[in-house]
Design a protein around this ligand. Structure first.
Ligand code: FEO
Length: 636
């Protein structure tokens, strides 16, 4: 039997979507067929390992969006090469397109959709066939439908021809699902495709093509012009320092800082931070964003281990802040011919920090710089995080070196890429970084995201935290949500208390919020928790309740830093309430109320100011109702 015969079945390609418990998800399928016309029923078969399968099992509804021949590869990468268990595939949808069953359909690159309700299912072991009644069907365009054959021949990236075997004696295997090529001496049994996550069973070895040139024909062929670089590092390279590759010739050369206790000398770093730097090896060598000066020795060691005797030709400065730039002078000393690349606003502060720089190149918005096969393009993102901030886009690999944008606190614990770690572990540190570094310029961050939206991006390589290559939609979605001040359902209660009475009030307020049905209630003593953690949660949640006792005729002093940060960073769209102890003069409540008013937050309940301790029933009731009112205000 020749099972290749099965590939001659004329499959189409579709996005299968569903919705369960407010979770939208979708995947690519090729197994859709009409089974009856009266009643109108279709069948779709889905692998049981798919998250979409799990959701359809629970929801009993699904949609089929029919892809057209205009569908670009990124649609397959987005819906087919990542799992909804780790990525919200619809996080960046600006407009929701739902059908009668409340399931999303895909309005672009499609020519029709079917909205269905599951009537029956058949268990095929590895797969389930769902039989669905068609509730609605609509045409979206007149573009031809996409077939699997068309996808294979016209959309899927072409692998290296089989005859072109690597000259280094290595073997190559191709992932049949996404086209990724693995090169090495052997294919490990537990290898997983870094792009689409399929295992070794989906890999096929690319064997030498018998029609390829023979050794003797190669020997008699004209000698091609020698390219000075084309330095191929395989995954079997013996030097582990050389193996942190974003692509074949783009390297991660960043460092981890687990020593510094306070970032910018005021933000706690319990999990450390990384200073990321990248090296592009081409006819010209470019080093993108150096690192913090305390890590110079480690940094130069890493850079030199990749350079292997070559010089750095360009030093790209995306941002002047010393956590990145304080090794600039050392890099210039090491490679005196290096040209320092920045924009019109880069050099005045840089030279103010480190002295005159003689060999500099000023680039403008959209300007390009060729390195050989790689071309850098520069885009200004002022105020993300300083006025001179810019990002560098490498056109060949489609990597954006985004500097502070999309960065996060937390040293990199071995995993450099987003698909090598548990994202949930990093999210808090990412949001804390956003809320305390980038949040102040949320509008500019949003503009930067929009500007980058015009580029085809395969990887985001920031100067802190993870390199994003598999969960781009997830990180873009988070940054967009935070920049738009879209808070989640939850309440943050922060109090300052000298003798415990305002703390007792906070407990009553929290009871009211929880009894109103809010599960995310966070209570912080402002004297005990460093303010960056509190700001991170204020950014995260819709509800904020601030409490402070009086201190003479003013407010408990430690609360002053928080109100300063709130007024400085201006988190928006908050529902709030205020409470506190009066002592003999009052002062805490009125100062907090002024802070919230300046932020143009929405008052959910009258402020509660208690004389002494909350021991009277009417005070207890007011505090409880305050918590309840804010909780109810943040519920959808
Ligand atoms: Fe990581 Fe604004 O410097």
């Amino acid at each position: 039997m020749d099972t290749k015969a099965l590939s001659y079945i004329g499959y189409g390609l579709y996005v299968l979507t569903t919705r369960f418990n407010d979770i939208d998800n979708g995947c690519i399928v090729n197994t859709v067929m009409q089974v009856t016309s009266n009643p109108l029923q279709i069948a779709v078969t889905v692998n049981k390992g798919n998250y979409t399968h799990e959701l359809i099992k629970n929801s009993g509804v699904f949609n089929i969006s029919m892809l057209t021949t205009e569908t670009p590869m990124f649609v397959f990468e987005h819906f087919g090469f990542q799992s909804g268990r780790t990525v919200n595939k619809f996080a960046t949808c600006e407009t929701e397109h739902r059908t009668v069953n409340q399931v999303l359909y895909i309005p672009k690159y499609t020519n029709a959709y079917l909205a269905c309700k599951v009537l029956n299912s058949i268990d095929f072991g590895t797969h389930t066939m769902f039989i669905g009644e068609v509730l609605d069907a609509q045409l979206l365009s007149d573009q031809p439908s996409l077939t699997y054959d068309y996808y294979q021949n016209n959309i899927k990236p072409k692998p290296q021809p089989q005859g072109e075997q690597p000259q280094n004696g290595k073997r190559r295997w191709e992932c049949k699902v996404c086209g990724y090529i693995y090169e090495g001496d052997f294919l490990p049994d537990d290898f997983e495709c870094p792009l689409c996550k399929h295992g070794v069973e989906e890999f096929e070895e690319l064997l030498p093509n018998p029609k390829a040139e023979t050794a003797s024909s190669i020997a008699t062929a004209p000698i091609p012009e020698t390219k000075p670089v084309q330095r191929i590092i395989t995954t079997q390279n013996t030097n582990p320092m050389n193996q942190i590759q974003l692509t074949e010739n783009i390297f991660y050369v960043g460092v981890n800082d687990r020593h510094t206790e306070l970032f910018e000398n005021h933000i706690e770093l319990p999990n450390g931070v990384s200073y990321n730097s990248y090296l592009i090896m081409d006819e010209k060598v470019a080093l993108i964003d150096p690192v913090e000066a305390n890590f110079l020795e480690d940094y130069l060691f890493k850079v030199k281990s990749v350079l292997q005797g070559r010089n750095v030709d360009y030093l790209i400065i995306n941002h002047d802040e010393p956590d990145h730039s304080s090794t600039v002078a050392a890099v210039i000393r090491e490679w005196p011919e290096v040209q320092v690349v920045g924009n019109a606003k880069t050099f005045a502060p840089l030279e103010a920090f480190y002295g005159p720089i003689t060999n500099k190149k000023v680039v403008a918005e959209g300007e390009t710089l060729s390195l050989g096969t790689h071309t850098l393009q520069f885009f200004m993102v002022p105020m993300v995080h300083w006025p001179e901030s810019m990002v560098t886009y490498e056109q060949n690999s489609k990597i954006v070196f985004s500097n502070d944008a999309f960065g996060g606190f937390g040293a990199l614990n071995g995993g450099i890429f987003d698909d090598q770690v548990n994202l949930a572990f990093y999210e808090d540190d990412m949001r804390r970084y956003y809320a305390n570094i980038v949040g102040k310029v949320a509008m500019q961050a949003l503009k930067a995201i929009e500007k980058l939206g015009g580029l085809e991006i395969k990887m985001i390589a920031p100067s802190h935290g993870l390199v994003w290559r598999s969960n781009l939609a997830w990180v873009l979605g988070k940054y967009t949500q935070w920049s738009k001040h879209e808070g989640e359902e939850g309440v943050v209660i922060v109090y300052g208390s000298m003798h415990g009475n305002t703390a007792r009030m906070a407990e009553i307020v929290a009871r009211g919020a929880a009894e109103a049905g809010i599960k995310e209630v966070k209570v912080y003593d402002v004297a005990k928790t460093e303010v960056s953690f509190i700001m991170s949660d204020i950014w995260k949640y819709k509800g904020v309740i601030l409490g402070a006792c009086a201190h003479y005729a003013n407010m408990f002093p430690d609360m002053t830093l928080l109100t300063h940060e709130i007024n400085e960073f201006k988190p928006k769209n908050k529902c709030y309430g205020i409470f506190g102890g009066m002592s003999w003069s009052g002062g805490g409540v009125k100062t907090l109320a002024k802070c919230a008013e300046e932020g143009q937050w929405n008052l959910a309940a009258e402020s509660v100011e208690v004389k002494g301790a909350p021991i009277r029933e009417e005070d207890w009731d007011k505090l409880y109702e305050l918590g309840k009112a804010v909780a109810e205000a943040v519920r959808p």
